[in-house]
Design a protein. Structure first.
Length: 606
């Protein structure tokens, strides 16, 4: 593992400060960032690669990117806090408190416009020391120039930026960031969790780039698709109401006498269906799909639902608000969802209807390289559980084929068994298939069962990469907690109880907690592998002037020059091999990606 130099960069309104191995710099923002980047290059040239530490990537990446900094190595305090302590809240006060065994809930918070609110001591008159003097390091907690109070918490005025009124204080804030990053490095539980911290930090940088660059969307094609589904762009509200009535009429005509049914009211839709002899407990899509052959109104309803979703969520207004004039769909990205750790995005980037995929198109002279991890969650289960028989099954291109042979079932039933194991379905045909799976792959199913029992008891797990995932009963309790081992291929990296048991684990809520953790231990590890893969791809495709433009659960979409698309596709596949080998070192699991080169997302392999 190469030795790196930590450069902690903190930014404020008009100022910047960076703390590193050779002292601290503080001053005007643009100038100080430029000096920091020059320092990073000098350290790298001297054989000491730099890892940038920051309170959050969103805060510093735009400035560093503008100064052409190398952002391949970062340490995002907020992301590492979420990894180590769980939950979503990760502001500096919370992250500092948790890392120093303090109660984050008791951290003092800023009080705006309070007459007695501490806005910082006056600057020491005539302080002769320049901001880059190493003598500025580590002012004593509780003193006027320290962001740390005597009780160990951060000053709320420092957290919200009002306290940093001098270069000395700005420098002290950067030193505090550096100290917290070093403290977090000590807290992460071994090499694998450190790898997770690095990839989570890299994913946070990628999120800033994804938001900045956007997803290429052919606006004219998107408008054509919308028009085919819901009609032309309404001229006014009256026209919109008329078009809505036309869509409704396409359903009503199948049930004479039920005209006027509010199709947006589930109870009224149930009544409409009951009128033709279809009794359903709800009107969800999968429920209606089972009755498509029973009456024409069902197919009409399903078609209406698809059109209504476009009209209300992904229609003309959505295009106007979120697609820029250069044809890029943009939205905010986050590196983890606060639960099991999946990347998320806003403005439809993670929920784009399949019907709009033909509009996600490469720009002239470019192609899309689309890569989808195949059967990733069962393959991850094989890796994290260490089940040798299940790992052997992953060597097949279609994992479910050897599993079906082992269970004496057909492929669809074998798939049901694997999914039932990961999602906690135990009744009906799934129950019989799951029992067969338990006999064939006891180590894999046992791994899931132990996570389930922890959830039932109101506890928490750590994923394979070290992310804390707590149930609602346990909550995220900061640094507290004694972790029990559930047993994995290396003696266990998941599990542990936080707080009390939450009562007898035999009610519906306890079972729901168990199912949640049963899946989270696999979904979380799959998310960790995906982000390690994405971080590796991000660097590998840079020489080809290609860029990741979408991360969708288990799928990557890369925008690449047409002349380099074949090389980019090979780099994407090689990155998966590299990431999996590093992540699951010593595992015999085979991970696969369906990778294709295509002009639109709709043309990608599935």
């Amino acid at each position: 593992m190469p030795v790196t130099a930590l450069l902690a960069l903190a930014l404020g309104t008009g100022w910047a400060a960076v703390a590193g191995p050779e002292g601290t710099l503080a001053g005007p923002r643009e100038e100080t960032v430029r000096r920091a980047v020059a320092l990073a290059r000098d350290l790298t040239d001297r054989g000491l690669p730099v890892r940038w530490a920051c309170w959050s990537a969103a805060e510093v990446v735009p400035d560093l990117a503008a100064a052409r900094a190398n952002l391949d190595r970062t340490w995002d305090v907020a992301q590492v806090h979420r990894l180590r302590f769980g939950g979503w809240r990760a502001d500096p006060a919370t992250a500092w408190a948790a890392a120093h065994d303090l109660d984050p809930a008791a951290a003092p918070r800023p009080v705006a416009d309070d007459l007695f609110d501490f806005a910082g001591d006056p600057a020491p008159a005539g302080d002769p020391r320049p901001a880059e003097d190493p003598g500025l390091d580590d002012p004593a907690p509780g003193t006027a120039d320290s962001p740390v109070r005597t009780d160990g918490y951060l000053r709320p005025e420092a957290v919200d930026g009002r306290w940093q009124t001098t270069p000395r204080r700005a420098g002290a804030w950067a030193q505090t960031l550096a100290a917290l990053a070093r403290r977090q490095e000590q807290l992460v539980g071994g090499p694998r969790e450190r790898l997770t911290a690095w990839s989570e930090s890299a994913a946070a940088v990628l999120c800033v780039e994804l938001e900045r660059d956007g997803l290429p969307l052919h606006r004219a094609r998107a408008e054509q698709i919308v028009a085919e589904l819901v009609g032309p762009r309404p001229q006014d509200e009256a026209d919109a109401h008329r078009l809505r009535a036309v869509r409704d009429e396409a359903v009503w005509r199948h049930v004479p006498g039920r005209e006027g049914t509010d199709l947006r009211n589930p109870e009224q839709v149930r009544g409409l269906l009951a009128a033709v002899g279809i009794d359903v407990p709800d009107t969800r899509k999968h429920r209606l799909a089972a009755y498509q052959g029973a009456h024409p109104v069902v197919a009409a309803l399903l078609q209406w639902r698809a059109a209504e979703r476009i009209a209300t969520t992904y229609g003309y207004r959505w295009l106007d608000e979120h697609v820029g004039p250069e044809g890029r769909l943009r939205g905010r990205w986050t590196a983890c969802d606060g639960a099991a750790g999946r990347m998320t995005a806003q403005n439809g980037l993670h929920n784009l209807p399949a019907v709009l995929r033909p509009a996600v198109a490469a720009e002239p002279g470019h192609l899309l390289v689309c890569a989808d991890l195949g059967q990733v969650e069962p393959r991850v289960l094989a890796a994290v559980s260490g089940d040798p028989a299940f790992q052997a099954a992953t060597q097949a291109p279609d994992l479910y084929a050897p599993v079906a042979n082992a269970l004496g079932l057909d492929r669809p039933a074998a798939k049901v068994a694997v999914l039932a194991a990961m999602y906690g379905q135990t009744s009906g045909a799934a129950g019989d298939a799951l029992r067969r799976l338990t006999r064939a792959y006891p180590q894999a199913v046992g791994y899931l069962d132990r996570a389930y029992e922890v959830g039932r008891a109101g506890g928490a797990i750590r994923t394979y990469g070290g992310r804390l995932v707590a149930t609602g009963a346990a909550g995220a309790t900061g640094a507290a907690g004694e972790w029990d081992r559930l047993g994995g291929p290396d003696g266990g990296r998941v599990g542990g109880r936080v707080g009390g048991s939450g009562g007898p684990p035999d009610d519906a809520r306890a079972r729901a907690r168990g199912r949640f953790l049963r899946n989270a231990v696999i979904q979380g590890a799959a998310a960790e592998l995906f982000k390690a893969w994405a971080a590796t791809v991000r660097v590998a495709i840079r020489p080809y002037d290609a860029h990741i433009v979408l991360c969708l659960h288990d799928e990557l979409v890369v925008h690449a020059p047409a002349s380099a698309a074949t090389l980019v596709a090979a780099a994407v596949d090689a990155a998966l091999t590299s990431a999996a080998a590093g992540w699951f070192a010593g595992s015999e699991v085979g991970f696969r990606s369906a990778t294709s080169i295509c002009p639109t997302w709709a043309d990608a392999k599935t």
